[in-house]
Design a protein around this ligand. Sequence first.
Ligand code: GAL
Length: 680
Amino acid sequence: MISTLLSRAGGADGDPAPRLVYGADYNPEQWPRAVWEEDVRLMREAGVNLVSVGIFSWARLQPAEDTWDFAWLDEVMDLLHEGGVGVDLATATASPPPWLTTAHPEILPVTATGETLWPGARQHWRPTSPVFRRYALRLVRALATRYAGHPALVAWHVNNELGCHNVYDYSDDAARAFRDWLRARYSTVDALNSAWGTAFWSQRYTDWEQILPPRLAASHPNPTQQLDFKRFSSDALKDHLRAEREVLRELTPDIPVTTNFMVMGGTRGMNYPDWADEIDFVSNDHYVHPGPQDRDELSFSANLTSGISGGRPWFLMEHSTSAVNWQPVNVAKRPGDLVRDSLLHVAHGADAVCFFQWRQSAAGAEKYHSAMVPHAGADSELFRAVAGLGATLESLAPLAGSEREPARVGILYDWESWWASEQDSHPTSLLDYRQEALDWYSALLALGIRADLVTTRADLHRHQVLIAPVLHVVPADLAKTLTRYAEQGGHLITTYFSGVVDEHDHVWLGGYPGALRDLLGIHIEEFGPLLPGDSVELDDATTGTLWTDRITVTDSGTEVLARYRTGEQSGRPAVTRRPAGGGSAAYVSTRLGVEGLTSLLPRLLEPAGVESELPAEARGSVEPVVRRGAGGRFLFLVNRTDDTVQVPGLGGDVLVGATGADGTLTLGPRAVAVLRQPVA
Ligand code: GAL
């Protein structure tokens, strides 16, 4: 789908063959007309074949309620088309114009403490405002009517990063919509009372109208109310996405629709696995947060995006050529980072590599955010690197459309558990769901073992090993699925605070880990969270932090793989494994961190016989990723280090990189090689 988008626009050279997309957000309204032609010329020079236009153009397109100005956009679309650059046209609804917020201040979002988020930045709209919806859809209709049939138009870009700044709105509109959502979920107030456990703290409702979003309260708001508000808020934005999409499908049924997700860092408000079916292809934005695991995090996010996309190729809608503007310190990328970051996304299934943005702004909050054309202009190292990347992506055209080859290990990433495990009034407030999952991922990278991030919607049986870190919310049917998974030969590994609650955030009674207790063959009477700075030693020489459990083994088959050597649980099991049917179920009761997991994992993977596919010299320093399609099997070797790494010959044609006479690949610091091997 993505690799053939460009055939609609004819591609930069009129060639309709599948290729990777290369481009950026393009904001021509920030520049005089004279710059536009230079832009198109430079785009061609850089190999750019698609740009996203109009993302923040509402105020320009509709200067007043009944005044429209499309002339400038007509010209931009025509120019781009003449230059062979396709357009992913935004619906422009991300940032309502001042005339609208002045006439209708009731569209502005309200925080949990009752403060209004005023105009002056962007995304100041309530996802549930009927007034905003009416104006937004009018704009979408006007754009789709105008540009239906324009030869440059290859895709629609709904809004922008839905929920980036406005996912949680506590306004009266939100309260009304929340009640409707709850009515649809529970049908009766009694059912809601039971799901929310309102017998506690005298919270029993007798009428829907009494129910509010979890606004600032005297103490911890009801946990199920909080969890449902998270579910509702994600659904409210999804509903907006659908509403825009419906207008687009009505007017331009042949143009695919996407919207840019934010699978990165701590962005957790939108349940993307649940949104993915609403669009024609998944798009993601990703920005590096500098730190010790920063590129592992990039790989993790790209991998998870692929999982959300069901393994199908996806579209990298935004990343940065160098520094951003919104971190406390905005560091520039080092030589090699631009290409490595881009190709890591491609390795994990991106068929498009796009940036925010094409030309670095001279004014506004993002003027210090890097772009493809920097303030210094095209005669710059950065622009030369950008053009070099364009050429590299062209040479990777044969892999366009290929899918990621499934790995033997899956890591289950579950939004419900993410939301619920980090709520307040828990045994610890220090639990970080994503960090725990990322640590398992980093440990696998350190061992040179490929893994796939998967969601509960995936067919879990594809993986011989399934790691489910902090799988906190386990409804009865998920418990059954996991039991079946193990009994049919899968090897499940889970951790502390898993299996504890059902979908209503009610504890499974009878001892932890609740829904997974029998499968794991253990019983926990009390959690043993650790204070910050405290740690415990295990008898396999690893160290645990954050959490311990008082475990009793309840099944004669359950093996103890490691015991606590120090601390309150000293002498008790810390890591266990129970054979179950053809497979097994293992439990890790503490936070071992990357180092501890790297040392433990080979023992956990042993029953499945999973080992690194890399030669010993490359393990740890090289990340292997595989895509497979009609054009072959594409092996990406990504140097994770700042040193040069030699990889003995692995066979295949070298699409990116260079081999010596003996076939050894030399990967410079942060370099990437891509080999095309015949499909077995
Ligand atoms: C994204 C956004 C872009 C730009 C970028 C800067 O969140 O979609 O418009 O602001 O961040 O990194």
